[in-house]
Structure formats: C-alpha cells, structure tokens
Design a protein around this ligand. Structure first.
Ligand code: 3H9
Length: 702
C-alpha cells in the first residue's frame, strides 16, 4: 500500500519532487529532466521534502531516487557564476546529516559530482548494476564543492578517493562495491530493492553512522600518499583544478572534518570564479551544442550502420579502421594490392600490440578488435557496407576515380565519405550519381586517438546522412563538429593562418626555441617548430612542392636531410635518437644567412609580437569562417581547436579566449600589422571589428 504523506497533502510539492510512503519508507522521487541536475528548482523542493520526512513520525526511513534516465548528474552547471540561491547543496547535505532515520540513495544511470555528494550525505547507497559514480568536477576546472573531497576519503580511503577525484572519471559498480562506496548492488527493481534494504536496516535497529562519523579508513602511508599528490601536480599540464582537488583530499586526512569541509568550500568558490573553470564550462556546453545542426532535428532518423568500408590502409586509413573497430564496428579495409594491404594490416597489429604492452588494452581485447577488421583488394567486397570512408592520397583526380568506382558497387542508400583535409567535397560528390549521400568525415591523425571529427556538409548532403555521421561519431567516442565546405574547413584553414608568419618571425630575428616557448607558455602542448619536427618536415615539403609553394628555411633544411625527430635533426637537434629538442647552431646560421640573402635586418622580437602575428591571424580567420557560415557558432570553432589541435583547455578555445581577452585590443594590433605589412592576413574581419565595437560575445552578434 502506498499513500501520500500528510505534509505533502497540505502543500503540494512542485513537480520536480514527489514523496510516497511505502511500508513506512518515504520514497522521495526527483524528476528534473534531462539529467536531474541539482538546480534551484530541485534543491528547494527537495529541502522541503526532506524536512517533511524528517518531521513525519509515519516515516521510518528515507529513500532518495530519481525518475528518468539517471540519478542526479551533478550541480546545474549553468548556475555557476550566477548569484547563489538558497538552499545550497551543502545546506541539503547538512539537513540529510541531521536525520537519524536511515537515509538511502537509490542510484541508477550516473551519480556524478553534486549527485554523488548528495548520496554521500545519506547513510547508505544502493545502486543498479549498470550505474556509475564519479566526481568529474576537475573536468570543469572545479573541485567537488559539497563535501566530495572530504567524505569520499572517509568512505573508500584517501588513495582511492584521490584517484577518483583527480581523474574525474566515473567508476563502475564492481569497483564501487569493492571500495565500499556502495553498500548493495540491485539486480532487479531498484526502487523495490531500496525499500527492502531500508526495511532490513530498520530491522537491524542501527546504529546508522553518517560518513562524517566514520574515520577508520583515513589512515595513509604518508610517503606513498604524498608521492601520489606530487604526481598529480606533474601530470596536471598547467591545469589548477586537479592540484587543488588533491590538496583538498590531503586536508581530509590532516584536518578535522568541519575544517576540511570549510576549506573545500573556499577552494571550490575560488575555482568557480576562475577563468580556467569559465573556459571549461564553456567547452562543456560548446561540445554539446556542436552536435546540434540546423535541419537535423530529433525527427531525422540516422541510417543503420552495420559495416563500414575504409579505402586506403596507410596511416590515416589504418587509424580510421582502428577508431571504428575500437567502437565495436566491423570494418572492411581496401588497398590497391596484397602487399600494401599486408603492410597496412601489419601496422594495425603493431599499434594494438603497443596498446597491450602499455597496458591500455588486454590481449583478448586486441584479438576482438583485430577480428573486426577485414582486408580486401576488391571494390566489390565493399558491396555490403553501409558507409565507406575514403582515406587515399589528397588529389582530386584520384578521389574522383575512387568515388566513381564506389558508386558502381555500393548499395542504394550507402553513405560515401571522404576524409579529405582540404579538397572541395562538392566537387568530389559530383563524381557520383548520389551527391545527397556524400559527406566529409575529416579525422585527425592519429585517427584512433584524436577526439575531433569534422563532419563536412556538402551543398547536397542529405539531413539523414548528417544524422548518421553524428550518431557514428558518438558511437566511436569522437567529438563531432559540422562544418561547411572551404579550403581546409575550420581547423586547417585557421592553422594555415597561424602558420603563415612562422618563418618570417625567424627571418626577422626570433629563434625556433623562442617562438616555441611563447606557445608553450600560452598553454599549447608544444610550439610550431617542435610540432613540425614531430610530424616530419618532409611531409610538408612534399605538399609544398605539389602545390608549387616554397618556404625558404624549411625547404633548405629538407634539402640538407633535416626531416625532424625521425632523422635526428629538424629545426632542432635530437641527440642519441632522443625526443628532447636542442637548439642547433647550424639552423641558426642558416636562418641568419637566409635573412641576409633576403635583405632582412634582424632585430629583437618579443613574446607579444609572436602572439600578435600567429594567434591573432588565426582568430581573425575564425571570424571570417563565421561570416561565411562555414562554422555555425564561434563555440564550434573552440571545440575544433581544443579537440583537434591542442588549444589549451584552460583558455576555452580561440574564439572564447579572444572574447575574454578583448576583441578591441586584438583588432588594434591586427590593424597595426596590416599597416606595417599590407598583408591581408592581418586585415581585421568585419565581424571581429563589430565585436570590438559592441563588446559582448560572438554568440550575441549571430
Ligand atoms: C558539481 O556537481 C559541483 C558540485 O561538486 C558542487 C556544487 C555546490 N548541469 O551530456 P548529455 C545537460 S559540477 C546542467 O548530452 P548524455 C546537457 O547540457 C557538475 N546541464 O547527455 C545537455 O543539454 P542539451 C558535475 C547539464 O546522456 C543535456 O543535459 N557533473 C548537466 O550523453 C544532456 O546531456 C558533471 O560534470 C549539468 N550538470 O550524458 C556531469 N549535465 O540537451 C555532467 C548535463 O540542451 N554531465 N546537462 O544539450 C554529464 O557528464 C553527462 O551529461 C551525463 C549524461 C553523463 C550525465
């Protein structure tokens, strides 16, 4: 029998929270779609429901459960940075901890961030076998702010808590149960089992301890724990949140409960106000927005994809095949002849063997992934594929031939995709009788590692083809951004603008090490010359030759056999086959000689100038891309750069950074360089000018 509690009858609760009473157990059900985020609209009625249940003598125990697809996925991220509204999440947890009746969180889906913290305010946790729990706050530039860093160590031990908190990665139920984070795994009806669990606990007649009263697990091996904390700082890559989160976990061990909690709150509020967190929160929403595309609503159904063909088993084709196989999709990979095919398959095998050796996958997983990849040298073997991705040489004629051949063998409705990184997708589509089925799928190398997938929408690409590409990206764990057709699309087009001044800076007085240092100090993982050495100078050289372009310094380096890391010399010297770049006097001599030959007088170049001549043109190009509608939103550009090119996460992407840094300052310096050089690269884009005048953000202009 279930009945509404008396208190609820007197004053009906808002829709997000309802309470029912079953066998003396109050089940407080939260229903705040889509993910039960703990916004004020949920906190306030939940507070009242808990107070009511605490006061109601008919209530012997309390179960907190959620409707919909998941338990609480955390605080409502969109509320951060706005004036706080009571009750806060810590208020709610304080209230929970004032309740002596057994309180039980019934978890399904994902209990994340504030959701898990609320569950840690309960005496007990029961969870569905498929549930996950975690504290992902560091991925938003935050630390848990409602007791996560203080309570979790008491529940699972400081070392395990540290790992969960600084990685931000959710854990599954086997691990959660063995650590003691959940008390029971439900195998069937979660709500029913939670009520039975509550009745069991009542029958045991207590005592029921809140986590704040438990300290048995707080002992640590000091040296090992401190070493683990130092390791966090080393791996943080310039991000503050993981370091601060680790500090807070240490406080949980060294400070008394209340003091540690108060300090956690202080750090949390500092983090909420930080630029780093603003940038990461921006990226959270930007990533989700990027997956939404005009004309591709929920009503557009994706085409079914059971097998995918990949043309070309080189670095790119092999990487794409692995990305698909890793996502569980059977792949047929086509090469021109048996020898090239064997070479490609061998490379895939070696790459997986490397993953096994590093411990990132098991031998069984390697076998399973390899079993999903079949090789062929015959186009008709692709007849059963639902999608074929071409990853052959970047030459329009070659591509047109490939798609002409595919057109003949593929079934109606199969999708044709090109991995071209700059060619005109519309022109390739014109080589087929089905341009509506054609799309660009631009993966980034190494394709099985890099998260970004630029989905290039041709003039005639059908909406359900785009829906399929978006669904595929999700299935294989990529971050998709839909872009329009232009040379280089979003990423490579802006990269070309960023690169244009590199050699000029060297000729005018900078050194490769100086330029690279400015980049790494900005937060990039490496600078452009280290990057060139890593990817191989010969590749760009061949590209230049095929396009009739030259680069005075890089061309001569290549002629002298400086191909980068692989040859031990590039813009830098790499001693004993190592990867540490050492400035090379012979390269410096070459730069100086070239400057003299070209009549350029060398001078001292500062960090600001390097930023102004590399980063600003790239932002300017981003503004042109927006003007032309190649990207739908400035935030899409940010998603491209963070996921495909290593733009520092802490700065939120080039367009977000530009908005925060000051468009007026950027326009002023672009104008300066335009006047100095007459180079169109520096001519401020009208949209950027407009932003400089009006302030606000790119989104407001659109
Ligand atoms: C925190 O808790 C701080 C506390 O320690 C302290 C507080 C004092 N807020 O991802 P999806 C939206 S920090 C607001 O596509 P999925 C999302 O934007 C928080 N909105 O679904 C999207 O909206 P739309 C710690 C949120 O099934 C829609 O929900 N928690 C939030 O692929 C669907 O999202 C986290 O960091 C939120 N918290 O994945 C968890 N979460 O449809 C963040 C989602 O308009 N969330 N939205 O585009 C996630 O990781 C995933 O959303 C989840 C579901 C795994 C839950």
């Amino acid at each position: 029998m279930s009945r509404q509690t008396g208190i609820q009858r007197e004053r009906p609760l808002p829709e997000t929270v309802s309470t029912t009473l079953e066998h003396g157990i109050a089940v407080i059900l939260l229903d705040n779609p889509p993910v039960n985020a703990l916004g004020h609209n949920l906190r306030e009625p939940l507070f009242r429901a808990l107070e009511a249940a605490r006061a109601d003598d008919a209530v012997k125990a309390i179960v907190i459960a959620c409707a919909g697809r998941t338990f609480i996925a955390g605080a409502d991220i969109s509320e951060f940075g706005k004036p706080p509204k009571a009750p806060s999440l810590p208020d709610l947890i304080d209230l929970l901890e004032s309740i002596d009746k057994p309180t039980i969180a019934a978890i399904h889906g994902t209990a994340l961030g504030g959701g898990l913290e609320l569950a840690l305010g309960c005496h007990y946790r029961i969870a569905d076998r498929s549930a996950k729990i975690g504290l992902p706050e560091v991925t938003l530039g935050l630390i848990p702010g409602a007791g996560g860093t203080v309570r979790l160590p008491r529940l699972v031990g400081p070392e395990a808590a540290l790992g969960i908190i600084v990685s931000g990665k959710p854990i599954g139920m086997d691990e959660a149960f063995s650590l003691g984070a959940v008390d029971r795994i439900a195998e069937g009806d979660l709500k029913g089992e939670a009520i039975s669990f509550a009745l069991e606990k009542l029958a045991e007649n207590g005592p029921h301890h809140h986590i704040r009263e438990r300290s048995g697990k707080l002992q640590v091996d000091d040296a090992a724990f401190e070493a683990a904390i130092r390791q966090v700082a080393r791996k943080a890559r310039g991000l503050t949140a993981p370091v601060k989160a680790a500090e807070s976990v240490r406080n949980a061990v060294t400070m008394e409960f209340g003091a540690a909690l108060a300090r956690e709150r202080e750090i949390f509020l500092e983090r909420v106000a930080s630029e780093e967190s603003a940038a990461q929160r921006h990226l959270f929403f930007a990533t989700r927005e990027a997956a939404k595309t005009k004309g591709v609503g929920r009503d557009i159904e994706a085409r079914p994809i059971a097998r995918i063909g990949v043309i070309g088993a080189g670095t790119m084709g092999g990487g794409i095949a692995m990305a698909l196989a890793n996502g569980g999709i059977p792949v047929t990979i086509l090469e021109m002849n048996d020898e090239a095919l064997a070479r490609g398959l061998h490379q895939i095998d070696r790459s997986y063997a490397g993953s096994v050796a590093r411990g990132s996958i098991s031998e069984d997983e390697k076998t399973a992934r390899l079993a999903r990849i079949q090789g062929t040298t015959r186009y008709d073997a692709l007849a059963a594929c639902d999608l074929v991705i071409e990853a052959v040489f970047e030459n329009m004629e070659v591509k047109r031939q490939v798609f002409g051949a595919l057109d003949k063998v593929l079934k109606p409705g199969a999708i044709l995709a090109t991995n071209t990184s700059y060619l005109d997708v519309n022109e390739i589509a014109a080589a087929t009788a089905r341009p509506q089925d054609m799309v660009g799928l631009h993966f980034f190398s190494p394709a099985h590692v890099m998260k970004l997938l630029e989905i290039v929408r041709g003039d005639r690409t059908a909406p359900d083809v785009l829906a399929t590409a978006l669904a595929l990206a999700r299935r294989i764990g990529k971050v998709p951004v839909v872009v329009g057709v232009c040379n280089g699309f979003v990423g490579n087009r802006m990269l070309a603008a960023r690169r244009q001044q590199n050699e000029a800076l060297l000729l005018e007085g900078a050194t490769p090490a100086q330029v690279d240092k400015v980049f790494t100090e900005f937060g990039w993982p490496m600078g452009p010359f280290q990057m060139a050495d890593l990817s191989g100078l010969d590749i760009a050289w061949n590209n230049r030759k095929s396009l009739g372009q030259t680069a005075p310094i890089a061309d001569e380096l290549c002629e002298a056999g400086h191909f980068g890391q692989k040859s031990g010399r590039g813009f830098y010297l790499y001693e004993d086959g190592g990867r540490v770049p050492v400035p090379d006097p012979s390269v410096q001599a070459l730069i100086e000689r070239k400057a003299t030959e070209l009549g350029i007088e060398r001078r001292s170049i500062g960090a600001d100038e390097i930023i102004e001549r590399t980063l600003y043109p790239m932002i300017n190009e981003g503004a042109h891309i927006l003007e032309e509608g190649i990207a739908a939103r400035a935030s899409d550009i940010d998603v491209v750069w963070v996921n495909g090119y290593g733009f520092p996460v802490a700065k939120g992407g080039p367009m977000f950074w530009a908005e925060r840094f000051g468009p007026a300052k950027i326009v002023e310096r672009l104008e300066h360089w335009y006047t100095q050089t007459g180079n169109a690269l520096f001519k401020p884009a009208p949209l950027l000018r407009q932003l400089a005048l009006t302030g606000g953000g790119f989104a407001g202009l659109a």
